[in-house]
Design a protein. Sequence first.
Length: 275
Amino acid sequence: MSIDARTKITGLIGYPVEHSLSPAMHNAAFGRLRLNYCYIAMPVKPGELADAVRGVRALNFHGCNVTVPYKQEVMPLLDEIDDEAGFIGAVNTVRNDGGVLKGFNTDGRGFMESLKEAGIDPGGRDVFIVGAGGAARAVGYYLAQKARRLRIYDVDPEKCRLLVRDLGKLGGDVSVAGGTSGVRTSDIAINATPLGLEENDPLPFDPDGFGRDQVVCDLIYWDTPLIRRARDRGCRTVNGLGMLLWQGVFAFEIWTGVVPPVDLMRDILVRGMER
């Protein structure tokens, strides 16, 4: 991939971002398709997000991804918000249309595609989510419309109640769970909390009572202690690597209008995880 005066710049805004696999994933896809784009990581320190967004516009960046801690904070700085991102209350992808910045959220679609790829259909199933933050909102947006029943638990009861209220507007059977004990009777259990980012974190829920016909998902994109324990129980498991892949695929399509080489992007992520 060569860079010249016509190269369209995309990238990642967040803090920190030095660990991100997205630059390697997207640049490999741009190169394979011979698209004159490049993708860079842009660490934006707290308090500097508004300046960064003005820079995206002023420097005519073609678009960017947005990651923690700015997925909510970026929204009032944009000109337009996609309906899905507006409902979720978070943006992870921005496209610059001639100076008009429009925000999207591809996280929920990415998760659903990762389930589909694993041969898992949440339609008509009992789904339990632990966590009521932005990740839970993104995946809950789709699950509330497909699952037979969706139960949600969070240590913050008010945050959980608000999420259930919002997802209930989509017409599904969504309720607050009083604790995590009910997770054992679910068909699909999802960790949407940060627990597992560190190896010594407590488990978000105990999978020891699970059976072989149950599915355990973790939105963290490596094999966390939860995923390993669930796999030892014989459960079907899905970590967050597929969600990371597919949210990137959908962002790529938003920027370029082109379907990227998914297998190449997956291979880049897997190799990056092995380092």
